[in-house]
Design a protein around this ligand. Structure first.
Ligand code: GUN
Length: 292
């Protein structure tokens, strides 16, 4: 069994991006600039956005954090999106989700200029991804395929079972794994909360991508010998062993599943660190105006 070290791969890719940014600057080019919009004070969102801003600094990007309180109106937020769409210094931006209930996330997402949508959530980017055109890939699926590539894991003709059908992980991961070429060319099955016989389906999988958000859902008896297991779960569960009072739990019962795998991602330190790197890659592309 080989552990897929997302933290190390992410550090390596950040180094590659930082080198490219130095080159761009040396050639008189524009420093890539990411803006992040954060509404309210949700603990998870605060942590994620702080990580994104820190990562920008690490690779030499410019970053701008724009904050609103929970009571910001949809109109105010749409006006902010409009300003960022038209700000020539901002190459790409994100509006951190979730948003307060009185604001439509779909409306905000659709208002973002798809050429600055470095989250890859805009319908134009989702549509382009599904037919294999240049686009901003959403962070988690992009991080997963990057890990498969860096570890040279064979995907052609493999049966890939995806647990979860969310718009930001399950669905796009299914599209990427079935697309022509590498990493892709898989036969894909998507399982979700209404699927019957999940255990039997998982037992047929060469590659399992677990993205349900149910801690330790995938048990040892659901995985065949030699499978590749990618754990996307990051549920905060209470813990008396950490200072913060919680720990991150994956969707995979790691201790049972790992001995059966050829490759497996840990939680934390697997897919998680790759998601910020995907955002940096998209911002670099946005800076180069590579998606138009
Ligand atoms: N909330 C959880 N993950 C994400 C993400 O990748 N982008 C944004 N904008 N919000 C999120």
């Amino acid at each position: 069994m080989q552990l897929i070290d997302g933290k190390a791969v992410a550090a390596q890719i950040k180094k590659e991006i930082a080198e490219e940014v130095l080159q761009i600057k040396a050639n008189g080019g524009k420093t890539p600039h990411l803006a992040a919009v954060l509404v309210g004070h949700d603990g998870g969102s605060e942590t994620y956005v702080a990580g994104k801003v820190r990562a920008c600094e690490e690779v030499g990007f410019k970053s701008t954090l724009i904050r609103y309180e929970d009571d910001v109106t949809e109109e105010e937020l749409l006006a902010c999106v409009d300003r960022l769409n038209n700000d020539n210094d901002i190459d790409g931006f994100i509006v951190q989700l979730p948003l307060p209930k009185h604001i439509s996330e779909d409306k905000i997402t659709e208002a973002i200029d798809y050429r600055k949508d470095v989250d890859g959530f805009h319908p134009v980017n989702v549509g382009r991804m599904s037919i294999g055109l240049p686009c901003f890939l959403s962070a988690t699926p992009s991080g997963i395929v990057e890990l498969l590539k860096r570890y040279e894991i064979e995907t052609k003709g493999k049966h890939c079972v995806i647990l979860g059908r969310s718009n930001i992980v399950g669905k796009p991961a299914a599209l990427l794994m079935m697309q022509k070429g590498y990493p892709g060319d898989c036969t894909v099955t998507v399982c979700h909360s209404r699927t019957k016989n999940i255990k039997e389906i998982c037992l047929q999988a060469d590659i399992i991508i677990a993205a349900l958000g149910v801690p330790e859902f995938l048990k040892g008896d659901m995985v065949k010998e030699g499978a590749v297991v990618i754990d996307v779960g990051t549920t905060r569960v209470p813990s008396n062993k950490t200072k913060s009072g919680f720990k991150l739990s994956g969707d995979v019962a790691f201790d049972e599943v790992a001995p059966k795998c050829s490759y497996i991602t840990p939680v934390p330190g697997g897919v998680g660190p790759m998601t910020i790197v995907s955002l940096l890659k998209n911002t670099l592309l946005a800076g180069k105006k590579a998606v138009n």
